[in-house]
Design a protein around this ligand. Structure first.
Ligand code: NI
Length: 227
């Protein structure tokens, strides 16, 4: 009788421990996550045609930017989700790589919507980790060159750089820390293949185009709401 009672207590205790304080994500759940999101480009650029004045033989670089990130996930099963990643538009300096920190010659803005399939690992206590893979579309807009910096170098000519849009592979690693049935903390990292063509125009005539791989690491830390 005594043993049976102890056994029952142990069983109840282990059931509580195994169930964890909060129920895991389940099929049909929506999870909205938001927070600060940073795009840190890992640029590799071709060089402009060495015959060109001023920019000849030089590469371009793109700096970091942080915005408000917003992701929507839907659990298709208890362990498979689909996620759409969005953010307020990013704006990056376009830098002419002259050595050292380079020369800022303008800026570009972009929106990088990304759609991923996610696999969620079994929950460990309050923590649920996941991996994802999918596709990114990056729309560059408002590419602008600072005429005050660039024009005087080219005898007053009007210079423009246009970046082509990009479609590429993206993958992610993330983790949720469940606070209660609705709220969670989240940290996520994505690597996105963003390959663009930078087209250089002088007085509206295209004089060169170079391939620029932006391939950023993207980091988000924030809160989530599950319903
Ligand atoms: Ni790439």
């Amino acid at each position: 009788m005594k043993l049976r009672g102890q056994g029952k207590s142990v069983l109840m205790l282990s059931t509580v421990l195994l169930a964890g304080p909060v129920m895991a994500h389940q099929s049909g759940d929506f999870i909205v996550r938001m927070g600060g999101i940073k795009v840190a480009p890992d640029v590799s650029s071709d060089a402009f045609d060495s015959a060109l004045p001023v920019v000849g033989g030089l590469e371009v670089d793109v700096d970091d930017d942080t915005q408000l990130g917003l992701t929507f996930a839907y659990m298709v099963t208890d362990s498979i989700g689909v996620e759409l990643v969005g953010a307020t538009p990013f704006t990056h300096d376009i830098i002419l790589d002259t050595g050292g920190s380079g020369v800022v010659i303008g800026e570009t803005s972009h929106l990088p919507p990304t759609l991923l399939a996610q696999f969620y690992a079994p929950q460990l206590g309050p923590v649920r980790g996941y991996l994802g893979a999918g596709v990114n579309y990056t729309l560059f807009f408002d590419d602008s060159i600072d005429d005050a910096v660039v024009s005087p170098l080219l005898g007053g000519a009007d210079v423009d750089v246009k970046l082509s849009n990009s479609v590429g592979f993206a993958w992610e690693v993330g983790a949720d820390f469940l606070i209660n049935e609705n709220w969670l903390l989240n940290a996520s990292v994505w690597n996105i293949d963003i390959d663009t063509e930078a087209r250089l125009y002088v007085d509206d005539a295209r004089v060169d185009k170079i391939d620029v791989e932006i391939d950023p690491w993207v980091y988000m830390v924030g809160v989530g709401y599950r319903f």
